[in-house]
Design a binder for this molecule. Sequence first.
Ligand SMILES: [Zn+2]
Length: 139
Amino acid sequence: MKEKCLWCFRKSTDLKEIELDFRGIRRQVKACDQVCESELRRFIEFVQTGTKWYVLGLAVSILGGLFVTFWRLRIDHGALGMLILLGGSGMTLVAFPFVTPQTVEKLGVRTALQTGRLLGVANVLIGVFFWWFLSNAIS
Ligand SMILES: [Zn+2]
């Protein structure tokens, strides 16, 4: 049976088994070679150090954005608040592109990270659009 490398998702019958330690939980995964293995180990470290910033970034963007939206609703239709909410959460996702474990299982870690970054960029663009649209909305 062909298996997939968890990092690049290449199918091969010749993958090496490695053990990853994620928050004290050991898991056996497959990797092509030393390169994919070290990328996976770097990813684990990135998630472990980045999760708190990811959560903080999302919380500040969403709560701050909602607060500013309602506070300035009569001033700018919530334009600035939406920019903070969508732009802030988008930038958080670009810096820490963590997606669901299910997505990682489906795409492999490398593509999942790229997907997370793309979603972040899309979020920022949607935020800028909303900001522009609401700023120009007829009062
Ligand atoms: Zn690989």
